[in-house]
Write a protein that binds this ligand. Structure first.
Ligand SMILES: NC(=O)c1ccc[n+]([C@@H]2O[C@H](COP(=O)([O-])OP(=O)(O)OC[C@H]3O[C@@H](n4cnc5c(N)ncnc54)[C@H](O)[C@@H]3O)[C@@H](O)[C@H]2O)c1
Ligand SMILES: O=c1ccn([C@@H]2O[C@H](COP(=O)(O)OP(=O)(O)O[C@H]3O[C@H](CO)[C@@H](O)[C@H](O)[C@H]3O)[C@@H](O)[C@H]2O)c(=O)[nH]1
Length: 403
């Protein structure tokens, strides 16, 4: 039986391997991780990741041809193909801190693979890394005295959280990863910039997106205005791209991509400032309910825009009542206490000091950062609604000029 093993049982490794196990019952799939709590959770019915459709896939294969284990070295030594799907977060210290990708986890996996291997292996690079990383890893792996041959394949992952199982059943393509993760958020920053102009001129950003997306050269996808893009990839990958541009003597190109992040930060700040302005220029002591904290239809809070929005409101001394059915209170407190870029590093490096989180309340103002609520229905039953990029309530229009 052909054996494959994936190092890293996270958002990519776990679901990807589960789908491979489902589609290839003749292959034995092991998913290994140094995190005992993650592996323990994969081996129960309370998986560490919430993704629509994931539980069913795991249930069908686990214990048959899909195994989750902390015995990393044993499984790597026995396998024919090793997938590496460890994190590549933004560096928090040293050269390139705040921009460059931290390859610590990748670099620790490579010598271990070389050490424990007794037979030739194919090593598949799933993590998001630079194009030449495969060549560097190949040198580390093939510089062994055992005569073992390693072939390195670059196979970046393109799945999106919230639709992982769907994306894995119908994969798009597998090349040019970093460029794609710059172009996609560039579209979002473009439409979010338009949303500010729409609000200033009384236009509706969803109509602008619809009309622009009708141009076949532009296309309709990824043109939804929002409170800003989030997620564990876009910002870190653009920052890495910026760093590469700077290292290659291209400051103008670096500045161009920096603007995508600046507009994203501006949109989050703008949303917070609108809340403050529209609530009579102060939210101090006011109770604000935040419905939904994680990204999209997931329990993943890594770099969720809700963190910056909540931190902004806390800075104005608002009292927050946060609720998300997929995120527990401890996680929310940790997220709000954490410094930028700490969230994707091991838990012992993350601060634990809690902030004050209260219970959920029903608000009379709704600030909809994603244009998901039906503002007409809510207005009809008495709510004052502020949707992104749309004409304001008459009540809000009559307010004194904004700060
Ligand atoms: N999350 C996404 O939607 C997504 C999509 C496409 C690509 N990516 C890329 O895939 C990579 C993984 O992302 P993720 O979201 O799955 O990360 P993750 O943090 O959820 O999972 C990585 C796992 O690797 C484990 N790990 C780290 N070092 C290890 C080692 N030496 N041995 C064994 N296990 C180790 C960690 O404990 C962790 O559980 C990143 O490069 C990311 O940019 C992520
Ligand atoms: O029109 C849009 C589309 C998305 N978003 C936001 O953008 C962020 C990212 O969304 P999405 O791309 O759907 O999720 P990710 O899981 O971050 O997936 C991205 O990042 C992954 C990691 O690299 C890649 O594999 C995927 O192809 C890429 O889409 C989220 O905050 C969305 O709410 C918008 O604001 N407007």
């Amino acid at each position: 039986m052909v054996k494959i093993c994936c190092i890293g049982a996270g958002y990519v490794g776990g679901p990807t391997m589960a789908v491979i196990a489902l589609k290839c019952p003749e292959i034995e799939v092991a998913v290994v991780d140094i995190s005992v709590s993650r592996i323990t959770a994969w081996n129960t019915d309370a998986h560490p990741i919430y993704e629509p459709g994931l539980d069913e896939v795991v249930k069908k294969c686990r214990g048959k041809n899909l195994f989750f284990s902390t015995d990393v070295e044993k499984h790597v030594s026995e396998t024919d193909i090793v997938f590496v799907s460890v994190k590549t977060p933004t560096k928090t210290q040293g050269l390139g801190a705040g921009k460059a990708a931290d390859l610590t986890y990748w670099e620790s996996a490579a010598p271990m693979i070389a050490d424990v291997s007794k037979s030739n292996k194919i090593v598949v690079e799933k993590s998001t890394v630079l194009v030449k990383t495969a060549e560097a890893i190949e040198k580390i792996l093939n510089h062994n005295s055992k005569g073992i041959d390693f072939q390195i394949l670059s196979n970046p992952e393109f799945l999106a959280e919230g639709t992982e199982i769907k994306d894995l059943f119908n994969p798009d393509r597998s090349h040019s990863k970093l460029a794609a993760n710059a172009f996609l958020p560039q579209r979002i920053s473009s439409v979010n910039a338009m949303s500010a102009l729409c609000e200033a001129t009384g236009a509706d950003v969803s109509q602008v997106s619809h009309a622009v997306g009708k141009d076949a050269r532009i296309g309709p996808k990824f043109l939804n205005a929002s409170v800003g893009f989030g997620g564990s990839c876009f910002q870190k990958d653009i920052l890495n791209l910026i760093y590469i541009c700077e290292c290659n003597g291209l400051p103008e190109v670096a500045n161009y991509w920096k603007q995508v992040i600046k507009i994203n930060d501006y949109q989050k700040t703008r949303f917070v400032n609108q809340i403050v302005s529209l609530m009579f220029n102060t939210v101090s002591g006011k109770k604000i309910a935040i419905l939904g904290f994680a990204l999209k239809d997931t329990g993943d809070t890594r770099e969720t825009p809700a963190i910056d929005v909540c931190k902004g409101l806390l800075g104005y001394k608002a009292r927050l009542s946060i609720y998300d059915p997929q995120v527990n209170e401890e996680q929310i407190q940790r997220d709000l206490a954490m410094n930028k870029f700490d969230w994707d590093h091991p838990i012992h490096l993350q601060p634990t000091s809690p902030t004050s989180i209260k219970q959920v309340n029903i608000p009379s103002f709704i600030f909809d950062g994603w244009n998901v609520v039906d503002e007409g229905k809510l207005r009809a039953i008495g709510f004052i609604v502020y949707p992104i990029g749309k004409p304001l309530d008459q009540w809000l229009k009559d307010m004194p000029p904004l700060a």
